[in-house]
Design a protein around this ligand. Structure first.
Ligand code: BEZ
Ligand code: FE
Length: 313
């Protein structure tokens, strides 16, 4: 955690040797200068150490924020109403708080902190709210698309450990939107589990599946997170991508996305998930004979992308 310089200079009462929690009677006549210490001092001595650390920093930053911007009562109420609307937008299919975390860059910041990788290893990116457990495990070369439409696309590559050692039997859990920009869970017209599947690598660490070329799409922007984007003059688009969770025994799993080279939103992703090494080149093929040979229809696309996992420990 990297606190601001002002925050790092703050001295908390409980940091003092021999500090004892204040009695409630000592918490009277508080001012804007000693309010923060009073709230922190009220945390019980038996509180779980990590909860205490988090709450001390949270209260400290929150109070500093209120002081810094001199929050008005109207603004405080607008914030309360906004957070209430975020909660009210949530149900078992929609998680507006995660969406808010995504558009504020909190999800990708937390992802970066929790998934530091050595050079060469495949970087992670946000999971997003549309992952669904229970996708079918499919044979190599299977088609994830259960519906018509979209340009056929063959995705292949290798899963390796450090130094390019092939990993046999690695599992790739894959999901993406349909050509209309919607995940099957957002769209009653799509078959159940459309464009979701699990693939395993062969003895050479190779995988291959057929799908449709992913498209640019807007994240759900019909709720408070979308209204905030609008108020901030931001768009809600994500560059085209395919999601992957790649795992293998003895290796750290990676949750990531493969982006499409040339996508106009690579440098303005609404959720800040793009990393240059996750951008792949799609090759367009026009010839019918090539398509027949690959078991698709022309025009079709191919993309080759290798994943490198970090060994556990
Ligand atoms: C996604 O890529 O599926 C996604 C990520 C963050 C917010 C919304 C959607
Ligand atoms: Fe996505």
């Amino acid at each position: 955690m990297m606190p601001s310089a002002a925050f790092a200079r703050r001295r908390f009462p409980f940091d003092a040797p021999g500090y004892k929690t204040r009695s409630p009677a000592a918490m009277r006549n508080l001012t804007e200068d000693n309010m923060t210490d009073a709230v922190i001092a009220g945390i019980g001595e038996a509180t779980d150490a990590r909860l205490k650390e988090i709450m001390v920093r949270l209260v400290g930053h929150l109070h500093d924020f209120v002081r810094e911007v001199e929050l008005t009562e109207e603004e405080w109420l607008a914030g309360i109403r906004f957070l209430t609307a975020v909660g009210q937008k949530c149900d078992d299919r929609r998680q507006e708080f995660i969406l808010l975390s995504d558009v504020l860059g909190v999800s990708i910041l937390m992802d970066a902190i929790n998934n530091r990788k050595p050079a060469g290893a495949t970087e992670s990116s946000v999971l997003g709210p549309f992952y669904r457990e229970g996708a079918e495990e499919m044979a190599a070369g299977a088609n994830l698309s259960k519906a018509q439409g979209g340009e056929p696309c063959i995705v292949s590559g290798r899963v390796t450990g450090p130094g390019g050692t092939p990993i046999a039997g690695a599992l790739l859990d894959v999901w993406q939107t349909a050509p209309n920009g919607l995940y099957e869970t957002q769209d009653p017209q799509q078959p159940d589990f459309n464009l979701r599947g699990k693939l395993r690598t062969d003895t050479a660490g190779r995988y291959e599946f057929h799908t449709v070329k992913p498209v640019t799409y807007p994240i759900p922007d019909d709720g408070p997170a979308g209204r905030l984007l609008g108020a901030l003059g931001r768009h809600s688009y994500r560059p085209a991508h395919i999601h992957f969770i790649v795992s293998a025994p003895g290796y750290v799993p990676v949750t990531t996305q493969i982006f499409t080279e040339g996508d106009p939103y690579l440098d303005s992703d609404a959720v800040f998930g793009v990393k240059s090494r996750l951008v792949a080149r799609y090759v367009r093929h026009e010839t019918a004979a090539d398509a027949v040979e690959r078991g698709v229809t022309a025009p079709f696309h191919t993309v080759d992308y290798d994943f490198e996992l970090v060994a556990e420990g």
